[in-house]
Design a protein around this ligand. Structure first.
Ligand SMILES: [Zn+2]
Length: 126
């Protein structure tokens, strides 16, 4: 299991406002997200349609020990506040090869990308 860290996401949408989030992820999950298109929808009000590419520097690691992060994550889960950008990008499931948002993925580890649906099928076969 890769170590998890706390990350801060900050997107300046100029006139519309800011999209912020505090979330827990592994380094490779964050690396995967850089350069990907994120689609947030109308989170900053009607017709705001917030989307764009996640650039380097918009996700910053917070300097907290990964053990401490893990302990808090046991209680708070992986999204501590605001928006978790990892939930708004698309992943390719290695099994069905469909694309899903992070919320529909069972695992987004680079060598084990699998959606909830394939994971369910897999566990039912056992
Ligand atoms: Zn799948």
């Amino acid at each position: 299991m890769e170590e998890k860290y706390l990350y801060k996401f900050n997107w300046d949408c100029s006139r519309q406002g800011e999209v912020e989030g505090l979330f827990v992820a592994t380094e490779s999950e964050v690396e995967y997200a850089i350069g990907k298109e994120a689609y947030f929808g109308e989170i900053l009000g009607k017709h705001s349609e917030v989307y764009g590419t996640i650039e380097e520097g918009e996700i910053k690691k917070v300097d907290i020990d990964s053990n401490a992060v893990g302990q808090v994550a046991e209680h708070l889960g992986e999204t501590w506040s605001g928006y978790n950008p990892l939930h708004y990008i698309k992943y390719d499931c290695q099994v069905c090869e469909d694309r899903y948002s992070g919320e529909e993925m069972h695992s987004t580890e680079e060598d084990d990308m699998i959606c909830n649906y394939c994971q369910k099928e897999k566990s039912e076969k056992r």
